[in-house]
Design a protein around this ligand. Sequence first.
Ligand code: FAD
Ligand code: DHB
Length: 392
Amino acid sequence: MKTQVGIVGAGPSGLMLSHLLQLAGISSIIIEDRSRAYCENRIRAGLMENWVAKMLVETGVGARLEREAMVHDGIFLAFNNEAHKLDFAKLIGKHVYIYDQKEVVTDLIAHRLAHGGQILFEVEGTSVHDFAGNGGKPSIRFKHQGKDEVVECDFIAGCDGFHGICRPSLPAGLWAGYDRVYPFGWLGVLTESPPPEKELIYAYHERGFALFSMRGPQLSRLYLQVAPDEDIEQWSDDRVWDELETRLQGVRPLKRGKILQKGVTPMRSYVAEPMQFGRLFLAGDSAHIVPPTGAKGMNLAMADIRVLARAFEGFYRNHRTEALESYSATCLKRVWKGQRFSWWMTQMLHRVHGGEYAAFDMKRQLAELDYVTSSEAASISLAENYAGLPID
Ligand code: FAD
Ligand code: DHB
């Protein structure tokens, strides 16, 4: 098989890249190791920055989003038994959207396939080759339906997530990983119950953080700070609800309902630099991950893709290589701001239990929450980062 850009991974990054390339008249093939159904049902991010929603609509894959996404004016920060609204619409004139990542993936897969896109699902043993320098002819090798296959291409886009094979294929010694592991994780549940508020509530409590998000008027997505290696078996449905209720600290009534799904995610910040080597470009989670508190993961992935698609377009349309050469530096500027914001939200809202500074840190966190919700300058700073920093 031959194509211009070989893409590893059919998550939001790989699919959006393939879509933008098609609009620019550039061919691509996506290699994905999971099934289509698995990709379309993987529950992950929910919150979409303003410009990402706009990009999906403007490029023709936002029709369902426009009908179904929940539009949000802002968020609540709850602490000391009170809920404080940060009204982004008033502060910075922007909204954010709740539209599940699995719906983005579902829409993009349908659109790609309807427009002649090639996505090979359930491949095995993917490996990437000959991408160093400008002379080689890059290729992706894998097994599909029991047969050895090769995609020959001009470029490889490594959109294969944090546990993919592209980042580990970069030559040792020529890149660095910047890592920070947090001493907690999130227990996430999807529940058949109305969300306690129209807006999301980020709740700080002495027992730990909780987030009250949603997927619909009768569907809630709720998270609890737990240990990174928390044993999910220890969390009966009643215990989950009791803990959510405690951490919501009475700021809103909490209606209980059937828990449809339950899982634990550890939290980590990670950046690989540079995000490119020769003709292999990393994008999204394969290059960087953030703790979920700032809701930045999928949004940063989309920002990488926007830069990468434009760089390929410059190359194929005008034989220009500058944007390809500066791809990593351009993306990393935004990535590190996303890292900073995600870390900042995380350290402000999570309790570190025990240790000699625990009592001091709790007082400091409460002061920070009071500051953020009472100073217009601080509220605007949170709002502009949360709703999405400007794109050029
Ligand atoms: P991915 O979505 O990971 O897609 C990578 C794709 O590559 C996958 O389909 C994978 O199957 C495929 N792949 C991997 N290896 C190979 C291989 N060898 N060959 C072929 N294909 C391969 N962000 C938020 O903002 N809020 C959240 O609540 C949130 N929750 C999350 C929960 C979990 C468990 C995880 C893992 C992430 C979460 N994120 C969240 C982050 C967000 O979902 C990611 O930032 C987003 O998925 C990044 O998209 P991506 O396309 O770069 O990577
Ligand atoms: C959701 C997840 C987040 O990490 C976040 O900060 C906001 C919303 C969600 O899944 O709805």
